[in-house]
Design a protein around this ligand. Structure first.
Ligand code: AMP
Length: 215
């Protein structure tokens, strides 16, 4: 089963994708993470990508589609792919359809995670991750069970994203409403859209996603 998690920054796409990976052995393809890897590569392209991301703008379709095509080629896919943060534009959505078709695969569902804009701001500004395994935490909403120790891997180093600040969040939200939200109609028309309330405990939202996928 190949699925897209669609929603604004802070909707919980990464957190829920990690749950689906753990529970269903699916493969998460988080495009933001590969961009963050590119920025530390030290190449000219990496530096350009870093500047775009820090502003909260979208990286060009050409670069993103190229990276996804590479990831699809290099990955056996397990029980299916979870696209998290991709596609973000109509051109990317068309390209994904074509890439999957080339591999004899298809998209099975698009989960739209709906979260109130005010909640997004507090979610994003308190967010941090484990530096070793990438598990996602929050200053007040999801703390590690033992202070300073990652629940998943025992790591003790944590980091915050450079673009998780109010100014670039405003740009990221703008990019979502301008460029990405038309995908809701696009996938509705293809009969793939499933809407899920993204407000609530992580377990509750995970249960809603499972129910939507079982429909
Ligand atoms: P994310 O981790 O999904 O919030 O993505 C962080 C940043 O990476 C975004 O603000 C964009 O600058 C860039 N990015 C990630 N995915 C895409 C995409 N599909 N298209 C364009 N830019 C992207």
């Amino acid at each position: 089963m190949n699925i897209i998690l669609l929603g604004p920054p802070g909707a919980g796409k990464g957190t829920q994708a990690q749950r689906l990976v753990a529970e269903r052995c699916m493969v998460q393809l988080p495009t933001g993470d590969s961009r963050r890897a590119a920025r530390t590569s030290g190449t000219e392209m990496g530096k350009q990508v870093a500047a775009v991301m820090d502003r909260g703008d979208l990286v060009t379709d050409e670069i993103v589609i190229g990276l996804i095509a590479e990831q699809l080629d290099n990955n056996p896919g397990g029980a299916g792919f979870i696209f998290d943060g991709f596609p973000r534009t109509l051109a990317q959505a068309d390209a994904l359809g074509a890439l999957l078709k080339d591999k004899g695969q298809k998209l099975d569902a698009v989960i739209e995670m709906k979260v109130d804009d005010d909640a997004l701001v507090s979610r994003i500004t308190g967010r941090y991750t484990c530096a070793s395994c990438g598990a996602v935490y929050h200053d007040s909403l999801r703390k590690p069970k033992v202070d300073g120790v990652c629940d998943e891997c025992g790591g003790t180093e944590f980091k915050r994203r450079a673009d998780d600040n109010e100014e670039s969040l405003r740009n990221r939200l703008l990019a979502y409403y301008r460029d990405t939200s038309p995908l809701i109609g696009y996938y509705y028309c293809k009969g793939l859209l499933k809407r899920v309330d993204g407000i609530g405990e992580i377990d509750e939202v995970a249960a809603r996603i499972s129910a939507a996928l079982a429909e």
